[in-house]
Design a protein around this ligand. Structure first.
Ligand code: NAI
Length: 393
């Protein structure tokens, strides 16, 4: 299989590694020669580390490297069976590249975008054959994250969806099919992880460390929300939230937080700038803040449970509502969160464990306290509670 990749930055180079590893002939294209050189060196380093760890041998490393050629004209991608675009997140630039690309490739070449936030329908509209266009959304780092969201646009043909799903499964990735709606699955369902944590902080209920610890120790999340926002970058994470909020016609469930906006404006971007919600040393490790013990251990554990329950139920509510609105199947929603962002459990499975009645009563508690639309319980959870149903039954 011949794969053309457009853009050799973080995502494009990761996708090149995935596809070359699985035996495809890959052409990696970028307008910037430095980006191409950087991608080549980065791959050499990654593969050398894998050899040192005895995960692959030298001949495997050579095989993978030989499967990738680095090209500097779009026309070089003309013999591709599938192309995946991973350039700057700008609709007009993407459209221009897509319409030019279509003049070179064969009629049955699949033309995909790795966009995180643009609608696939709007990108597909730039093509003469929009039915060949599809969203193929990898997660960072692409070689490590198992999940790929596949997003058919309203124009996409059934065949292109089926072929794309098969191709990605052959690349040993887990496919979750998502409707062409803002944030697809992961970037929609994960919003409360950040948003509710920020809200809890803004209300003065707890500090960053306490909130992070609650999610990690009780929930088993690998990183707390503030650690994770610092890791992603407050500028990047804020922009995703604002984009999703705007795309959902300002639904208050996705409302961004001033705290994060101010952190981004101040340049407190997180790990990459040495300061965010936490301070970082030269190696990028958190400088552990000294803990301020102001309450008894019993009070502390009650507070942690309250924080965890509130964030978890908001996540479950979002996952249930995504299912209610047919964004994806229950299996794909749970797979997306465990394989795309390493959640310890699928949210719908978690809802079953906690009990659907528990979810409804926790959402109603929040709504009764705040009377904000942000805390409205998904009609699906309410119906399931009434009819005594569980997810996956
Ligand atoms: P990046 O900034 O690391 O790389 C983009 C590359 O595209 C650069 O090397 C640039 O020189 C090249 N480029 C720009 N315009 C071009 C053009 N007209 N033709 C050819 N090459 C061009 O960006 P990154 O992070 O890899 O993101 C790329 C895409 O993937 C975006 O659509 C982004 O939304 C999406 N994405 C990013 C994720 C992330 O965590 N970084 C995760 C999933 C999707």
């Amino acid at each position: 299989m011949k794969v053309g990749i457009i853009g050799s930055g973080t995502m494009g180079s990761g996708i090149a590694q995935v596809t070359a590893t699985s035996g495809c002939q890959v052409k990696l294209y970028d307008t910037n020669q430095q980006a191409l050189d950087k991608a080549k060196v980065a791959l050499e380093n990654i593969l050398s580390r894998l050899v040192a760890k005895e995960r692959i041998d030298e001949s495997e490393k050579t095989r993978i490297q030989n499967n990738i050629s680095y090209v500097d004209t779009l026309k070089d991608l003309s013999d591709s069976d599938i192309t995946i675009e991973a350039i700057v997140e700008n609709l007009e630039i993407k459209k221009k590249v897509f319409s030019e690309l279509e003049t070179f490739v064969s009629d049955d070449c699949i033309i995909a975008s790795n966009t995180s936030s643009l609608s696939i329908a709007s990108i597909a509209a730039s093509l003469k054959k929009p039915e060949r266009c599809i969203g193929i959304h990898f997660f960072n780092p692409a070689p490590l994250m198992k999940l790929v969201e596949v997003i058919p646009a309203i124009q996409t043909s059934k065949e292109v969806l089926e072929m794309s799903t098969k191709i990605i499964t052959d690349w040993k990735k887990t496919v979750a099919v998502a409707k062409d709606t803002p944030g697809f699955i992961v970037n929609r369902v994960a919003r409360p992880f950040y948003g509710e944590a920020l809200r809890i902080y803004e209300e003065g209920i707890a500090d960053f460390v306490t909130i992070d610890n609650s999610l990690k120790t009780i929930g088993g999340f690998r990183m707390g929300p503030f650690e994770l926002m610092d890791f992603i970058g407050n500028d990047v994470n804020y922009t995703v939230t604002e984009t999703v909020f705007t795309a959902f016609y300002f639904d208050p469930r996705y409302k961004p937080a001033f705290t994060q906006k101010r952190f981004a404006e101040a340049g407190y971007l997180g790990r990459k700038s040495g300061k965010g919600y936490y301070n970082y040393d030269e190696k990028g490790a958190i400088v552990v803040p000294s803990s301020k013990v102001t309450q008894s251990a019993v009070e502390e554990s009650k507070l942690a449970q309250k924080i965890f329950d509130r964030v978890l139920v908001m996540l479950i509510n979002e996952a249930a509502d995504a299912l209610f609105m047919n964004v994806a199947s229950a299996e794909d929603i749970d797979n997306a969160m465990t394989k795309g962002v390493n959640y310890p459990k699928g949210l719908l499975a978690w809802a079953n464990e906690k009990g659907i009645d528990w979810c409804v009563s926790k959402m109603d508690e929040l709504y009764n306290e705040y009377h904000e639309d942000r805390y409205r319980c998904s009609p699906l959870l309410r119906r399931m509670s009434r009819e005594d149903l569980r997810f996956f039954d």
